[in-house]
Design a protein around this ligand. Sequence first.
Ligand code: G3P
Ligand code: MG
Length: 347
Amino acid sequence: ARSLPRSLGVRTLRHRVAFAFDIDGVLKAGPTVLEPARRALQLLEGNNARSVRVPYVYVTNGGGPSETERAALLQRELGVPVSPTQVIQAHTVMQSLVQDFGDKPVLMIGGPEGVPGASRAVMEGYGFRDVYTAQDIQAWAPPVYPFAKLDPRWHEAGAVRQADFSQVHFAAIMVFHDSRDWGRDIQLMCDVLRSRDGVVGNVGDDTHPQVPLFFSHGDLLWGNDFLASRFGQGAFQHAVAAVYKATSGRDLVATTFGKPERGTYEYAHERLRARAAELGHEAGELNTWMVGDNPASDIAGANGYGWASALVRTGVFRDVEGPPAHQPTIIVDDVEGAVLHALEQEW
Ligand code: G3P
Ligand code: MG
């Protein structure tokens, strides 16, 4: 482990420092926790020259489980206590849509095929009361997508929600998590988007208003344990938009959550203030550092919101591809370097 700068113990605290950590490409590479991440978090848990616990949150465009499940998983992986209130996933802020769509039929797209019904349960936990999945529609009418069969585990687990979809008028489509079957999901989404009345397959003349569409994030790329960046939900959004345009002649209208959207940073900021209070810090200005690997997502959002940022070399960003499209405060090798630099700046 690198040692703390010697100046840490003697300078007075100018601002209260806080951190927002991206997960994929910063703390983890695929399923593997990066060693610098463990050391960085230990520093913030009080193993520092001031012996203070520093407020921080996790702001990831990943998702899938509930915030409570994700917190428990992170706690096991990272070896530090994690409260669900520190976990902001791409779809966390989609809870705000409950107000408009909580009691209306919603088509939810994305989430692991092998964990039947799990993503629906998370949306229900947010307060959505009428959620259908692509798998429910596949079960109702297999010819809706003849090129792949419904994963039998959905029936085995009793996770299919039965309905006569010729009678269901979808009020919105919510892409909650990464699509596991782009072909099926693009087909079903276009069926609903092009429908006259929100009913799957009731194609009209494409002059009616488009069914509202929401994506949990727009990352074109993300970093895992493969040697090159992988397509994210943003790539899927491009694919949906291209097929929708080709079939309807219209431009896709969609709202995107997650980073770099301002709403996500506002939400994270509120969580950091609450966290600082929980840790017994006096109320006051927070000087927050976003630590991320993706210039277009983590860094663009931090710049837009007025946070400092550290871009790491353990994920999407690679020096060989040239300077980042969005300029961070600093470029460092890894998250430990980011934390050490920020503490030295702020303390
Ligand atoms: O699908 C997850 C990915 O797009 C980004 O996750 O933690 O790097 O924001 P993260
Ligand atoms: Mg990342």
